[in-house]
Design a protein around this ligand. Structure first.
Ligand code: C2E
Ligand code: MG
Ligand code: MG
Ligand code: MG
Length: 283
């Protein structure tokens, strides 16, 4: 009888796998369509200098318009990566972003996200630099954020790709610092120019002495390495003030601005040099 039950279980599992495979290939097909139809697009979230209140740059965050809903990257980036579509998608977004942001009144930098797996493409740096050249976007204004969610497997390859970008003036940031494993190991592996503290440490910083200690330790480490720090996920003025007083150079979060499309950013820039929350911060 146990054997019977076991077999039933196996069948259920197999048909579940089947359904999963079908679901994936449907999404993959939709993704390829989406790419050709331009249904993937960039949103821009401002990054603020916590001392001056000025915008220093924008992070490009990918979105997918699908059946009238806007889908976030946490849902489609892993699938795009599995299908081998992630670099195509990223280059497409970068192309759009370089053309869309070139004429903005602030000469802000743009940060793009790259997951460690993307660095396996030998031609990645070459492809990024050709997009910059073609759109006339200065490499000095591009930052590449490497997410810390996975260990950088092929360190030599990653190093090569990053070196050729850095030789052209592209900046390198370590994203989501503190959440990956081997954080400090990562810092030694690649020539980073800045560190981004993950939102999970920033969120309700004012209510947790443990988080405060961790943030202070990260800022201490970054200070020793002479690397500026960007805090992500700032939602309250109180948190922004705390971070600034702890010596954190830059911040990003709903307090200053949500990820916006091109038109929203342009309206936002037309209203003044800094968001109201940043004005409150430096007052
Ligand atoms: P990330 O690079 O750490 O980006 C920050 C995430 O935090 C974004 O989520 C942003 O919308 C969100 N966020 C910013 N400020 C706040 C805040 O004050 N409160 C809260 N609750 N959230 C805030 P999003 O856009 O959903 O992106 C999630 C992740 O997906 C990103 O995390 C990044 O790792 C990845 N991602 C986004 N676009 C791309 C891409 O083009 N390529 C790759 N490889 N990854 C991407
Ligand atoms: Mg990022
Ligand atoms: Mg991040
Ligand atoms: Mg994060």
């Amino acid at each position: 009888q146990a054997k019977e039950a076991g077999r039933g279980c196996y069948c259920a599992f197999a048909s579940q796998m089947d359904a999963e495979i079908r679901r994936r290939s449907t999404i993959e097909a939709e993704m390829r369509d989406g790419l050709t139809q331009g249904l993937f697009y960039p949103r821009y979230q401002p990054i603020i200098d916590l001392r001056t209140g000025h915008v220093t740059g924008f992070e490009l965050l990918a979105r997918w318009r699908r059946e009238d809903a806007e889908i976030g990257p946490d849902q489609f980036i892993p699938i795009a990566e599995e299908c081998g579509l992630l670099n195509t998608l990223m280059l497409d977004l970068l192309d759009r972003a370089c053309s869309e942001t070139r004429d903005w009144t602030v000469p802000a930098s743009i940060a793009i996200n790259i997951s460690p797996g993307q660095l396996r493409d030998d031609w990645l740096s070459h492809k990024i630099l050709s997009v910059l050249a073609r759109t006339g976007f200065p490499p000095q204004r591009l930052t590449v954020e490497i997410t810390e969610n996975a260990l950088i497997v092929d360190a030599e390859k990653a190093h090569h790709a990053i070196e050729s970008l850095k030789n052209q003036g592209v900046q390198l940031a370590l994203d989501d610092f503190g959440t990956g494993y081997a954080s400090i190991q990562h810092l030694r592996m690649l020539p980073f120019d800045k560190i981004k503290i993950d939102r999970s440490f920033v969120d309700s910083l004012n209510e947790s002495t443990e988080k405060l200690r961790i943030v202070r330790a990260i800022l201490g480490l970054a200070g020793t390495l002479e690397l500026p720090v960007v805090a992500e996920g700032i939602e309250t003025l109180e948190t922004a003030e705390m971070l600034r007083s702890l010596g954190c150079a830059q911040g990003q979060g709903y307090l200053f601005g949500r990820p916006m499309d091109k038109e929203e950013v342009e309206r936002w820039l037309a209203d003044g040099v800094m968001p109201p929350a940043a004005e409150a911060l430096i007052r």
